[in-house]
Design a protein around this ligand. Structure first.
Ligand SMILES: C[S@@+](CC[C@H](N)C(=O)[O-])C[C@H]1O[C@@H](n2cnc3c(N)ncnc32)[C@H](O)[C@@H]1O
Length: 257
């Protein structure tokens, strides 16, 4: 495998420039959406305004047998729409998550459940990062971010995979898993897998929202008490928190042993 340190990527930027480019236009997100999804400019605002409710309405509730089927079989491009609307309307929050990853990201980065690619693309633009493995179960998301990476000139620093196994990397230096754990059938097992691919210097960034919302706006979020309790026991047993002053809802961890 050839990494960028051997390739010399021309698109490397300072942390401040990356942040400002995100705050300006979310790395040209609207134009990427229009081109990738063939949406006319006059239809884009409606498309984004309705994205959250459209995604929630797609969820079949208890009729869904496998949690992951929602992302592989049902959402199609609706999750791209929902995530794009969120990253545009909550850009200060997303910018804080970018500041946080700028503090910790280095060398080989895994972005698990990378969505529309904001974090993976920002990491790929950073000189501290050698290569980013974007893992997402949703094929449309992977294709969209691959398209975006080419548009932004950072495609050589990214590899796109459906699973962590597909990356063929045994240890990562940084793991990013933001707003994903509540989408998994068993978040405890997922952080056990992360633990296996970390070494003593690896930092993992996790957050979670095990809540379906006041009015079931997030029917796809896991909120089962037993599942959540097993998650926190596993977290406390295997990970030590590393303090940072940037964003209290998102935590940095190293492995305990
Ligand atoms: C709410 S989005 C978060 C996206 C991104 N991390 C962010 O902060 O914007 C959750 C993402 O997790 C992905 N996902 C869900 N289940 C997954 C799984 N089992 N393996 C990998 N990705 C998964 C979805 O396709 C989706 O892109």
């Amino acid at each position: 495998m050839i990494f960028v340190s051997e390739i010399k990527c021309k698109k490397l930027k300072t942390d401040n420039l990356i942040l400002n480019e995100f705050l300006d236009d979310a790395f040209n997100l609207k134009s990427h959406l229009m081109e990738f999804l063939s949406i006319k400019e006059c239809d884009l605002d409606d498309f984004l305004d309705n994205a959250k409710i459209n995604l929630a309405n797609l969820h079949p509730g208890d009729a869904l047998s496998e949690v992951s089927d929602f992302y592989t079989e049902i959402v199609g491009d609706r999750h791209v729409a929902d995530l794009a609307a969120w990253h545009i309307t909550s850009k200060d929050y997303i910018a804080d998550t970018l500041k946080l990853q700028q503090k910790f990201s280095r060398d080989l980065v895994l972005d698990f459940g990378g969505g529309i690619g904001t974090h993976a693309l920002a990491n790929a633009m950073s000189s501290k990062v050698e290569h980013v493995f974007f893992v997402d179960i949703n094929k449309t998301n992977r294709n969209f971010v691959e398209y975006r990476a080419k548009k932004l000139g950072v495609e050589k620093k990214l590899t796109f995979c459906k699973t962590i196994k597909d990356t063929k990397i045994l240890k990562f230096d940084t793991i990013i898993c933001l707003d994903v754990l509540e989408h998994l059938a068993d978040p405890a097992s997922q952080i056990e897998i992360f633990n296996e691919i970390m070494d003593s210097n690896t930092i993992a960034l996790f957050n979670w929202y095990f809540y379906k919302g006041e009015n079931n706006e997030y029917p796809f979020h896991i909120d089962d008490n037993q599942i959540v309790e097993r998650f926190f026991k596993t977290l406390q047993l295997n990970f030590l928190e590393v303090f940072h002053p940037i964003l209290i809802t998102t935590r940095a961890y190293k492995k305990i042993k």
